[in-house]
Every structure is written in structure tokens, then in C-alpha cells.
Design a protein around this ligand. Structure first.
Ligand code: NIG
Ligand code: FE
Length: 431
């Protein structure tokens, strides 16, 4: 049926009102009442409010009530579909051995420098067939959807050569076409220096040149990637190298985001502000100057969203998290994401990320919810389409088995989802 009518909700966190920053990050624009309803026609939201108001709106717009499939929210909460703005969705292999080495004292960058870490996933990914990559990623996408994610960013970055980077973007493009999870493809050719460039004199600069001169032009010609990302980190790519890549990407019409200051301050946050990135990600080790740079652009026409990845800090066993409270209190918009990847964050669950953000970063559940809906949508340049429940926007919704948004992160590690709707179609239902 072309219409969808959700009835019987007691709470709707609409997230209406655009990008959240400062005190507004805590405003989930919640409607409460005994019988709230949401109507969608085809892929778009038609109305949200009391049952009577929504029925009146349907009649006023001339839609026949019989053309609406009914979905019972059964006294639960409805939120926008969740938006995961940072994932490394497509990869082969697993890294549980390295994870155990880390829990016994080895460092993440130390393992990478010894040819493990990202590079072991690169070796497995290069050796995998398209079919194997598709199968692994489809399984993760199904789990993401079951946990409420209706849109996700997805990076390449485990190819590190022209052929495999293009192949990964092709796979991401195919998976996005299959749906129902909507994907935003990001080119991350500068995720690490591959083995064949290590040990060469100026190997990192030579690889940066190949990213700019060989990979980027072909990625742009392929036309799948929307963003370019770089792992800007001490011992990986420095700020000057990252800046060269991001400026070249801008020249090819790609939007920008950065892995910035994850483990040590390396000028990533400053560069994000300078190069017009929509998002600076990680920021667990951002410097005072970096924080100040994000604050300076926060109320300009081009704010950089601070996309924080607390599951990564937690899974790395760090006791130091990104200064989320400082960002919010200083007026920097905060998003949260899983960073789904086989090395530092093998999780698909945004509700779990919310829980960690509340416990370890001191966010309130409402602030965390803004981080995985409207602010994440903004960081992907999709805020006019997704991230809030407002008439005219895409009908991407999660119907929860709980009655307050605070209960989403409270039920630690539990799946409290009753149904998921993507573009007006019910794509998950749970008993
Ligand atoms: O965001 N830090 C770089 N990239 C990922 C980790 C990727 C990996 O270890 O495979 C991250 O944490
Ligand atoms: Fe990452």
C-alpha cells in the first residue's frame, strides 16, 4: 500500500528543527501523548501529531484512509531512523588475535607499524572476491538495520591500490542500490601506507602522490564516492599530506571528512576547519588549538560536525574519551557513530554507542540521540532529507519497545526495537 499509518505511540522524538549545537543538542523535540500517530505517503512523511490531527491531515490532503497500512506502536516511542556517519563496512577477515595482543599491552600503532592492524585487513580484502566482500557486508548491514540504522556512511580504505579501492567503492555502490540501508560512499585511499610503499625512501609521500595522481582521478571518474577521508595521525599521514589530499579531493568535487586526532594531536581538527570538512571524526586527542578551530567555525555557515566514536576508545581500552561535553558546551555540534571496523570497533550498534557516550562522555540520552540522527545527517550533507520526523522528509523511522528515549541507552546492549521503516516501507518487524 502506498500509505503507512503508525498509531499508538506515547512519545515521538521528532528531532525537528535542524542541526543541534550547544544547549539545543539536548532538545529532542519530543511529542508526548496517549495516542500519537505518524503518517507517510510513499517514501515521505505526511504528518505527525495526535491521532485526530493526523487523520484530519490525511483527509485534508485527499488521501484515502484505506490506502494506509497500519502499524501499531503499542505504547512505544518513535524516533527517526538512525544515521551511522562513520563505518568501515566492507572488509574481509577478523582481527581477534591482534585485539588480544592489545589487551596484553601491545599498542595499536605499534601493530600497524609492524605490518599488522589495518594492513592485515588490506591483505585479506585484496585476496577476497567481490562475492565474499558482498556477503560479509550484507550480514553486517542486516544487523545494523535490526539495530535501527537506516542510513550509513561506508568507507573504502582496505584496498590501498587503484584496483581494489575502485572495487570496494563498486561494492558499496551495489549494496546501497540493494537497500534497504541507504549508503553514503567515502573514498579512504589514505587509510595507511600499503606494504609495497613501506621501506622506500619517502614512501609515505610517494603513496600520497599516488592517491592524488592515480586514485583520486579514477575515483572521481567512477562517480560513486561522495566524500574523501584521510587517516590523519602521527605515524600515518601528517597534516600537510592530509591537506594535499583533501584539497585535491575538493578539486574533484568530493566533500571532505577526516579521521582527526584519534590517538595523538596531529592538527587534524584545525585542518578540518580550514579545508571545509563537513565532519572531523574521533577527536579523542584533539589539541586546544584544534578545539578552538572547531569552535570558531561552529556558528559560521560551514560548521564542522565533531563525529565522536566512543566505542572505538572503549574497545581500544583507552581511558581517555573525546571531550564531548566541552564541544557541546562550546557550541560545537556533536554526532556519534560506530566506526564499525574489524580492528578498533567491531560493533554495528548505535544504541550501544549511545550507552558508552552517556557513561563515558557524560552526554544525556537526548544529546546522544541528536548525535545519531539530525547531527549525523548534517555531517553527511543529508539533513534536508533524513535525521528528523518532519512532513516532507524521508519516512525513515524506528518504533521502539520502550516509552522514553532515555531507555534506549539504558537497556545496555539490548535490542528494544519493535519495527524499522525505511522510505515508508516496513523493513524490520520483531515480535
Ligand atoms: O577509525 N583509525 C583508522 N581507522 C579505523 C580503524 C581501522 C582498522 O583498524 O582497521 C578507525 O579506528
Ligand atoms: Fe574509522
Amino acid at each position: 500500500m502506498p500509505g503507512l499509518l503508525i498509531e499508538g505511540a506515547v512519545s515521538v522524538a521528532t528531532m525537528a528543527g535542524g542541526l543541534r549545537r550547544g544547549a539545543a543538542q539536548a532538545d529532542a523535540a519530543v511529542l508526548t501523548g496517549p495516542g500519537l500517530a505518524i503518517a507517510a505517503w510513499r517514501s515521505r512523511i505526511l504528518a505527525v501529531g495526535s491521532r485526530d490531527d493526523v487523520h484530519r491531515q490525511i483527509a485534508a490532503d485527499g488521501y484515502p484512509l484505506e490506502a494506509f497500512e497500519r502499524l501499531d506502536a503499542a505504547g512505544g516511542l518513535v524516533t527517526p531512523g538512525l544515521v551511522d556517519a562513520h563505518t568501515h563496512l566492507v572488509f574481509a577477515g577478523t582481527r581477534e588475535v591482534e585485539w588480544q595482543m592489545r589487551t596484553h599491552g601491545a599498542g595499536y600503532l605499534e601493530i600497524l607499524a609492524a605490518g599488522g592492524g589495518i594492513l592485515s585487513t588490506v591483505a585479506a580484502t585484496r585476496a577476497a572476491s567481490d562475492e565474499e566482500l558482498l556477503t560479509g557486508a550484507r550480514r553486517r548491514l542486516a544487523e545494523m538495520l535490526a539495530n535501527g540504522t537506516t542510513t550509513a556512511e561506508a568507507k573504502s580504505g582496505y584496498g590501498l591500490d587503484v584496483v581494489t579501492e575502485l572495487r570496494l567503492l563498486e561494492v558499496i555502490g551495489r549494496l546501497g542500490g540493494e537497500g534497504p540501508v541507504q549508503l553514503v560512499p567515502t573514498f579512504l585511499g589514505a587509510h595507511a601506507v600499503p606494504a609495497e610503499y613501506r621501506g622506500r625512501p619517502n614512501g609515505t609521500d610517494a603513496y600520497v602522490a599516488s592517491v592524488i595522481d592515480d586514485q583520486l582521478p579514477q575515483v572521481a571518474r567512477q562517480g560513486i564516492a561522495r566524500f574523501c577521508d584521510v587517516f590523519c595521525e602521527t605515524g600515518v599521514f601528517d597534516a600537510a599530506q592530509t591537506g594535499r589530499i583533501l584539497r585535491a579531493a575538493a578539486g574533484h568535487g568530493l566533500a571532505r571528512r577526516i579521521h582527526a586526532d584519534e590517538l595523538a594531536p596531529s592538527g587534524g581538527a584545525e585542518l578540518a576547519a580550514e579545508t571545509g570538512c563537513l565532519s572531523a571524526d574521533h577527536l579523542a586527542a584533539a589539541s586546544e588549538e584544534g578545539i578552538a578551530a572547531l569552535v570558531r567555525v561552529a556558528d559560521s555557515g560551514h560548521p564542522v560536525v565533531a563525529t565522536l566514536l566512543p566505542a572505538t576508545s572503549w574497545f581500544l581500552g583507552q581511558h581517555h574519551f573525546a571531550p564531548a561535553r566541552r564541544f557541546i558546551d562550546a557550541g560545537v555540534s556533536v554526532a556519534l557513530a560506530t566506526d564499525l571496523n574489524p580492528g578498533t570497533s567491531p560493533t554495528v550498534s548505535l544504541p550501544l554507542v549511545m550507552s558508552i557516550a552517556c557513561v563515558e562522555m557524560g552526554l544525556t540520552p537526548a544529546e546522544a540521540l541528536a548525535g545519531i540522527t539530525i547531527n549525523a545527517a548534517h555531517s553527511l550533507g543529508l539533513d534536508s532529507e533524513i535525521g528528523s520526523i518532519e512532513p516532507g522528509k524521508q519516512a525513515d523511522l524506528v518504533i521502539w519497545d520502550v516509552s522514553t528515549l532515555e531507555q534506549i541507552p539504558y537497556w545496555l546492549g539490548s535490542n528494544r526495537i519493535r519495527a524499522v521503516v525505511k522510505r515508508g516501507a516496513t523493513v524490520v518487524t520483531r515480535a
